[in-house]
Design a protein around this ligand. Structure first.
Ligand SMILES: [Zn+2]
Ligand SMILES: [Zn+2]
Length: 308
């Protein structure tokens, strides 16, 4: 089971690979836009972090990754490219993808069926991973994506463990599990803006606390589980091909700690067939209270029961 992690600079690539990444994923800066990009993250997040790499950093990261046998996935996972005058968005999307491939990316992450078809129509035959924004919830969608030449599917985090099991059983495609945390809604479908290019720092509004009738403040829309450490043994036993962490918009030091924690969990389970959950989780002091305890992904929790 591989660990795939985000990077947002060359320094981040080095740190993430040294922390144990088997695969890294990243986007490219794009001068057609001020803030938005084709990589499903703002070029500059509201926190001020540059989420995408310059061409020079991208090329250096690819070189370093390949020297360590680490695969590079390139994010071209924006949705909703509409027809515009002169087909501005589509033309530049294709140019963006070609730039990443020419800089050495091993696979492209795509999150829109139209974009996927457009890549193939335009002779771009690089291996494609269906990103979680494609919201692939069942075996029928997996089969369609297979026909479109996808080799791996990233399953969104609302899919339950039993559903993942049945998807895995019915396909030869690689299955990636989304283990990041953040939005409470369907991936990429949130009506609140976060990390899409907004300049004001609004945090993650779908998880914010709201004051109801001038009374207590409650996080009425918060329905996203956070921790996947606890479910690593069963994901591993199921033969899941890759775990995907998020955080291109975050400070790299924070993400590296999370990478290290997931890596040591996977390694410990792979080597010893057992798993000291408490010890692993204790490496990040806030994880247990804020992310675990009834907030675990792929487990039967009150969060899951609230929408099933
Ligand atoms: Zn959201
Ligand atoms: Zn947990």
């Amino acid at each position: 089971m591989k660990l795939k992690v985000p990077v947002n600079s060359y320094e981040a690539s080095v740190k993430q690979i040294e922390a144990g990444a088997d695969e890294i994923y990243m986007g490219l800066e794009d001068f057609h836009f001020n803030r938005m990009s084709y990589s499903a993250r703002a070029q500059i997040a509201s926190s001020g972090v540059h989420a995408n790499l310059t061409e020079a950093d991208f090329a250096k990261s690819v070189q370093f990754a390949h020297s360590k046998n680490v695969t590079v996935n390139f994010t071209a996972n924006c949705q909703h490219i509409t027809k515009s005058e002169g087909d501005f968005y589509r033309k530049n999307f294709l140019e963006y993808v070609r730039r990443g491939i020419s800089l050495g990316a091993d696979a492209v992450i795509v999150a829109d069926i139209g974009n996927l078809i457009a890549l193939r129509k335009n002779g771009i035959d690089t291996p494609v991973i269906a990103g979680s924004y494609l919201n692939c919830f069942n075996s029928e969608t997996v089969a369609l994506l297979k026909d479109l030449g996808v080799f791996r599917i990233c399953i969104p985090d609302q899919v339950t463990f039993n559903e993942i099991k049945s998807i895995k059983k019915n396909t030869c495609l690689e299955i990636e599990i989304f283990v990041g945390y953040g939005c409470s809604n369907l991936a990429g479908m949130c009506r609140f803006y976060h990390n899409s290019g907004e300049q004001i720092h609004v945090g993650v509004p779908c998880r914010a606390k709201f004051i109801r009738n001038n009374e207590e403040s409650v996080s009425i829309m918060d329905a996203c589980p956070d921790c996947a450490i606890c479910s690593i043994p069963k994901l591993y036993d199921l033969g899941i091909d890759s775990l995907k962490l998020i955080g291109r918009e975050m400070n790299i030091e924070e993400i590296v700690n999370i990478t290290k924690m997931y890596k040591s969990a996977i390694q410990q389970y792979a080597m010893e067939g057992r798993f000291d959950r408490k010890e692993i989780i204790s490496s990040i002091s806030w994880w247990e209270n804020e992310m675990c305890c009834e907030r675990c992904k792929y487990e039967d929790t009150c969060l899951l029961r609230s929408y099933i």
